[in-house]
Design a protein around this ligand. Structure first.
Ligand SMILES: Nc1ncnc2c1ncn2[C@@H]1O[C@H](COP(=O)(O)OP(=O)(O)OP(=O)(O)O)[C@@H](O)[C@H]1O
Ligand SMILES: [Mg+2]
Length: 452
């Protein structure tokens, strides 16, 4: 998936995001550049600095959405962090490197789940065998000890096998689901370990819980449960032990290093003069801390070192009063791709409501379909919604496409409430409906501030 061409990336993004063509192009280029840089011969590669992107634009126009979609597209580990949080008091001492650790942690969890899913079938088989052992315990001592066994043993074993197979069929048919059995379940490590908090330890890449957890003996506990639940628990346990965690960790580190994307939201909040006196960490200081990570360095984690050379950083911010040029020069150089997103108006809103694969109208239609109601929107209705959204955005606060979310909720409130008891199986939303529901609120400035 890493060799997606820029044009394909843009096309794929078009399925979810309306307009913002320039931003899509820039992000596509940045992704491709990373891939190109990895292909270049070693000696030259080190000369090529990372080409990261800054998305500039007002709120609710698709910045986060573009970054998130691109990560799914490229199957890249993705982590979003508000850059401003590193300037907060509570974060003194919490280093900027933690974003790389968090990204790795996330990736490990994801890969682990994926691995567990891929061994699901095998795990189910093993769980079935374990369940049959519980239902039909193997005789522990040879039966008929002291007696001449030869003639009787074979048939006994055969009949045991036959019973086991019979039970297996019953189990598969769900006939034993409600029977209660005793199951040995692995216990989590002893609760005393929880006393140790990890605060302050993460910088060193140490996790006490894991350390001690490994030392403590694995204990099991007998629990009574229904066969149907027990099968799930057993399958889960088997899946966990089938997954080779060392391999998962190795794969995750590789994935983070080669394909990771870190989304630095509100990057403009760490730019600008430190005029305000206060306990906040200096913004320039945060920029300096950020520099080595963005340039490419090695971050120590409890799973081992992670190189950040090829991680793609996507910065985003409104940049109202400040410009990217106000960043410290070194950091400016690491974010050479800048692109502005357009603010959205009526025409875009119509398309956002209707066109994306996950369009808002489709979402409401799908939700109401679960109640047996077909929701139909007249074109004029959609246009009216878009027009009102634009108007409210200009008159109160411009929150971009987010306005559509609150408006739709307000528009459909009655239907959403009454849906289970509505006699009709088809609801038509026409222009008149939109106007009666929204127009009054829209014209009352105070009301629209709170509701729309
Ligand atoms: N161009 C667009 N096409 C389709 N949907 C959009 C578009 N812009 C925004 N949206 C929708 O609006 C919502 C907010 O968008 P998003 O989270 O990307 O905003 P943002 O630009 O990151 O804003 P902020 O600066 O506040 O973080 C999302 O649900 C997104 O799907
Ligand atoms: Mg955002």
């Amino acid at each position: 998936m890493q060799d997606l061409k820029p044009v394909d990336i843009v096309k794929a993004l078009d399925r979810f995001i309306i307009g913002q063509h320039k931003a899509k192009r820039s992000v596509a280029i940045a992704l491709r550049n990373r891939w190109r840089r990895r292909q270049v011969a070693d000696d030259l590669r080190d000369e090529i600095t990372p080409k990261n992107v800054i998305l500039i634009g007002p709120t609710g126009v698709g910045k986060t959405e573009i970054a998130r979609r691109i990560s799914t597209l490229a199957d890249s580990p993705f982590y979003k962090v508000e850059a401003s949080k590193f300037t907060e008091v509570g974060y003194v001492g919490r280093d900027v490197e933690s974003m790389v650790r968090d990204l790795l942690e996330l990736t490990i969890t994801q890969l682990k789940i994926r691995e567990q899913e891929s061994v699901q079938l095998k795990a189910m088989q093993l769980a079935e065998e374990r369940m049959l052992d519980i239902l039909l315990p193997k005789p522990s001592a040879p039966r008929g000890f002291g007696l001449p066994t030869a003639p009787t043993e074979a048939p006994a074993e055969n009949s045991d096998n036959a019973t086991r197979e019979k039970l297996r069929r019953m189990l598969r048919d769900g006939k034993l689901d409600d029977r209660v059995v005793d199951v040995d379940v692995a216990e989590r490590s002893a609760p005393m370990v929880e006393i140790f908090s990890n605060a302050g330890m993460e910088e060193m890449g140490i996790n006490f819980k894991d350390m001690l957890g490994g030392l403590l003996p694995k204990s099991t506990k007998k629990r009574k449960m229904k066969v149907i639940e027990a099968m799930e628990v057993l399958a889960q346990e088997e899946a966990q032990s089938l997954v080779d965690m060392d391999k998962v960790v190795k794969k995750a580190i590789e994935k983070v290093e080669q394909a990771g994307i870190i989304f630095l939201d509100e990057i403009d909040k760490i730019v600008g003069s430190d005029g305000r006196q206060g306990p906040d960490v200096s913004r320039e200081g945060v920029q300096r801390d950020l520099l080595p990570i963005v340039e490419g360095s090695t971050v120590n984690t409890k799973y081992g070192p992670v190189k950040t050379d090829h991680i793609l950083f996507i910065g985003a911010g409104a940049f109202h009063a400040i410009k990217p040029a106000d960043m410290i020069p070194e950091l400016q150089g690491r974010f050479p791709i800048r692109v502005e997103l357009e603010s959205l108006g009526r025409a875009e809103f119509v398309r956002i409501l209707k066109e994306p694969q996950n369009a808002l109208l489709l979402q409401y239609q799908a939700m109401l379909a679960t109640e047996g109601i077909e929701l139909v929107f007249a074109d004029e209705a959609v246009e009216t919604i878009a027009a009102i959204a634009e108007e409210v955005n200009t008159r109160t606060e411009n929150i971009g496409a987010r306005r559509l979310h609150t408006m739709m909720e307000c528009l459909l409130e009655d239907i959403l409430f009454d849906a289970p008891d509505l006699p009709a199986d088809k609801m038509m939303i026409d222009r008149a409906y939109v106007e009666t529901r929204l127009a009054a609120i829209k014209d009352d400035e105070d009301l629209s501030r709170y509701i729309l």
